[in-house]
Design a protein around this ligand. Structure first.
Ligand code: SAH
Ligand code: SF4
Ligand code: F3S
Length: 476
């Protein structure tokens, strides 16, 4: 049996949480109080917000239609790049009048940015109207802290240094739909030199497989068809558990869960992508044929300075292997431009590898120095204008290739899991192929949650359009 050491400590925590949820219920239930959560950052944060919403729903809060009508506003923050932080400062600052108009309103700020004590203290000092500040390691203590905030006219602040716990059974209120996020591990051990995540999310902690599978089974019973397994580096899942169930073995178990039709996962660090995982992706019918494999840079010199622990050659070899075993696999990536010391020659190597790999899509970023990281101490002589210029050149190339890759789908019939009504045109539905391509098509709303075959008639850089085929294979 994998060890449950992490879980054992959490029973006390969860009992405590239940107690405070009940305490709050007595005060809140039936009062029609509403909450509004603003989420920044990655899927981890999106899922954390679902947990905050779950706890608030248990307490008796309802979701507000807008921030304006909310009695409690929470900002779940991200600090991966400076512009994410700047938006938080601006938006929290703008709440001053909102709080003054009704001092009973509660304003809370949490998430990765608050996990840095100096930033949390700055928020407390600069925006004294903020009632509640907490970090990532104590999310489950939200009810306790909320109760304190309701009873105090001082800012309640709690940032924990230790990150050892995996807390199970926190209530979750998921976004409606057919697809659910499931965290399989927390934290990151990699310390890529530019990245703040290991500092604000702590070391890697895997959830026990029984807890993960139990959650996925109950999601299937609730009608979810797709799960996305989340971790900063899912490829190291299980390495901290005593009897070493590894990520590919977990995937095979998830593949057996009845009712779940599609399995996605993110993110995979190239240095840890095993042959077993590639074979699992090739063999398991529910595991989607798409992988997000951040490359970050195409120059070996920069990759070394980034502490990524692979080379452009080993990355290309890995992609070749993936494509050999899973011929139709779609690839997406993350790329940083303007890392300290990146020369035009280094940047051209990034452009070159993008041309060579031909990604289906890429998230591209200008390097942003993060306090406390190794790269922040490196000499950064490239001007912002030059960095932006490199980003524009890269984006142009990425968009051109994405469009060309999408054009390969023209006239092809693809299986689409129908997700929702299109946001831009109510006559259209939207869904995705297992290669993660967004497809728009006309169809009746009762197709949502089902698989349909769509003949692709139009290809754009970021989406496809098509017509649903009927059972006889003709366009309806
Ligand atoms: N664990 C994931 C995601 C980390 S954050 C992974 O390893 O891929 C998502 C992306 O943000 C990273 O892949 C990287 O491309 C980008 N990023 C992280 N720190 C950054 C920084 N300081 N400046 C610019 N981009 C950064
Ligand atoms: Fe950051 Fe690297 Fe960890 Fe991803 S793997 S979260 S980029 S340190
Ligand atoms: Fe941002 Fe934290 Fe995610 S820093 S990218 S929200 S792990």
């Amino acid at each position: 049996m994998p060890n449950r050491m992490n879980i054992a400590v959490t029973h006390k925590e969860i009992e405590e949480q239940k107690y405070y949820i009940n305490e709050l219920k007595n005060r809140v239930y039936g009062k029609g109080l509403k909450y509004h959560i603003v989420t920044y950052g990655c899927q981890m944060n999106v899922h954390d917000s679902e947990k905050l919403a779950g706890m608030l729903t248990e307490i008796g809060y309802e979701e507000a239609n807008s921030q304006q009508e909310a009695d409690l506003v929470l900002f779940n923050t991200c600090c991966v790049r400076e512009n994410a932080e700047m938006r938080v400062y601006g938006n929290v600052g703008a709440l001053k009048a909102f709080k003054q108009a009704n001092p009973n309103r509660i304003i809370g700020v949490c998430g990765c940015m608050m996990q840095q004590a100096e930033v949390a203290n700055y928020i407390k000092k600069t925006f004294p109207f903020v009632d509640l500040i907490f970090g990532t390691h104590n999310l489950h203590r939200f009810p306790i802290l909320l109760l304190q905030a309701l009873d105090s006219n001082q800012t309640v602040i709690e940032i924990l240094d230790s990150d050892g716990k995996v807390v199970e059974h926190v209530p979750v209120k998921r976004a409606e739909g057919i697809s659910a996020w499931v965290t399989v591990m927390y934290g990151c051990n990699n310390f890529c030199s530019y990245c703040i995540v290991p500092y604000v999310r702590g070391r890697e902690r895997s959830r026990h497989p029984d807890d993960i599978l139990g959650e996925i089974r109950s999601l299937a019973l609730d009608g979810y068809k797709e799960v996305t397994l989340l971790g900063q580096n899912v490829n190291s899942y299980g390495k901290d558990l005593e009897s070493r169930i590894l990520f590919h073995q977990l995937l095979r178990k998830v593949n057996e869960v009845e009712g779940i039709e599609r399995i996605r996962f993110t993110t995979s660090h190239p240095k840890d992508l095993s042959d077993e995982l590639i074979m699992t992706m090739a063999e398991c019918d529910k595991v989607c044929k798409h992988i997000h494999l951040p490359i970050q840079a195409g120059s070996n010199r920069i990759l070394k300075k980034m502490n990524r622990k692979y080379t452009r050659e080993s990355y290309i070899e890995l992609v070749d292997k993936l494509r050999r075993h899973i011929p139709d696999i779609a690839l997406s990536t993350d790329i940083i431009v303007g890392f300290p010391g990146e020369t035009e020659e280094d940047f051209l190597q990034t452009m070159d590898i993008v041309e060579e790999i031909r990604y289906d899509s890429a998230f591209t970023f200008v390097y942003s120095p993060r306090r406390g990281t190794a790269a922040a101490k490196m000499k950064d002589e490239i001007g912002l204008e030059e960095k932006k210029h490199r980003l524009a050149r890269l984006n142009e190339l990425v968009a051109k290739i994405s469009k060309e890759k999408n054009q390969e789908y023209l006239d092809r019939n693809v299986d689409v899991l129908v997700e929702d009504i299109s946001k831009t045109n109510k006559e259209y539905l939207t869904g995705r192929t297992d290669t993660n391509k967004i497809v728009h098509f006309r169809g009746s709303y009762d197709l949502i949650g089902k698989f349909v075959t769509v003949k692709i008639t139009e290809a754009r850089a970021w989406s496809l359009e098509g017509k649903v085929l009927d059972d006889q294979g003709s366009c309806s």
